[in-house]
Ligand binder design. Structure first.
Ligand SMILES: Cc1cc2nc3c(=O)[nH]c(=O)nc-3n(C[C@H](O)[C@H](O)[C@H](O)COP(=O)(O)OP(=O)(O)OC[C@H]3O[C@@H](n4cnc5c(N)ncnc54)[C@H](O)[C@@H]3O)c2cc1C
Length: 269
């Protein structure tokens, strides 16, 4: 009799979306011995390339603090969690946790648009693939689960030539501008703008704030739609072999890691 080992029967995890959510799920699945394929159609307005990659427990607040603690060991295991110290205008310092998006984002996803998703299958590039399915399509999730009401709040971040000292400035109670070295050789700037109707004026305001910190003539602009879902971030089992997660808002690093852990440790069993 031919005995098939159980690991040979393990389905491949098919991931729709190679942003912070999908890439972390792929990395954590592989770490746990599960093969993962990431499909990403490089949509204009994807949030993750614009992300600063910063987080702290205080930002998670009471509502998301469980996610923070659940996510931290995964982030540390997969990428190593760094610390960034930013100088405030009064010369005091703020310390933030940091995982650069470039370490997280799937380097070579399959560049195909996923056109259809069902229980344990997806269609992309005119082909059907079977396995476990994780839809991590950011603001584009609505097409796979109508009625979730996902919407985007857009913001732009910019990169400037050269490495400058890390700075931060509180703009409102829940919004701050940051300038720091996200990627070697450049200084990244974001002012936390999150607008449903994003205009050129918002871009200009962000650039003006960067100029106030001495950053002019950007060499790169990233504009992304942070996914928001009514009632908070969403992790949903769509069918026996298909799951969906979105709603990363300003906390995509920890929410993506928290849901990756939930998927791999609690669902793919
Ligand atoms: C300026 C800015 C700064 C930010 N700073 C931080 C920060 O410091 N810390 C933090 O934690 N978060 C930050 N965020 C928020 C964070 O970026 C988001 O919460 C996070 O990126 C959401 O990840 P996601 O994977 O759900 O969505 P996305 O990054 O949008 O990824 C979804 C992916 O799905 C793909 N896709 C969609 N539909 C399909 C399809 N049918 N077929 C194939 N591919 C598809 C898209 O191409 C896209 O790449 C910031 C966001 C912005 C805009």
């Amino acid at each position: 009799m031919h005995i098939v080992k159980s690991e040979q029967l393990m389905p491949t995890l098919l991931i729709v979306g190679g942003g912070l959510f999908g890439s972390q799920a792929a990395a954590y699945a592989r770490r746990n011995g599960i093969e993962a394929l990431v499909f990403d159609a490089a949509m204009t307005g994807a949030a993750s390339p614009a992300s600063a990659g910063l987080f702290k427990e205080e930002w998670a607040g009471k509502k998301l603090c469980e996610h923070f603690h659940y996510a931290l060991p995964v982030l540390d295991l997969l990428y190593g969690v760094g610390q960034i110290s930013l100088r405030r205008d009064d010369d005091s310092r703020e310390s933030l946790l940091f995982v650069p998006p470039r370490l997280i984002l799937e380097p070579s996803p399959i560049r195909e648009l996923v056109t259809s998703v069902g229980d344990g299958w997806i269609e992309a590039g005119g082909r059907r693939h079977e396995g476990w399915v994780y839809v991590a399509a950011g603001v584009w999730c609505e097409q796979f689960l109508a009625g979730i009401g996902v919407y985007g709040k857009a913001g732009a971040s910019f990169a400037f030539q050269g490495e400058r000292e890390g700075r931060t400035r509180q703009l409102t109670r829940s919004r701050q501008a940051v300038a720091f070295v996200r990627d070697p050789g450049t200084t990244y700037f974001s002012d936390g703008a999150a607008e449903r109707e994003y205009t050129q004026e918002h871009d200009q305001q962000t650039l003006n704030r960067a100029a106030e910190m001495g950053l002019t003539n950007p060499i790169e602009r990233y504009c992304g739609y942070r996914p928001y879902t009514p009632g908070g971030p969403l992790f949903h089992k769509l069918a026996s072999r298909t799951w969906l997660a979105t709603g990363g808002r300003k906390m995509g690093t920890i929410l993506g890691a928290s849901y990756a852990r939930r998927l791999v440790e609690k669902e793919l069993r």
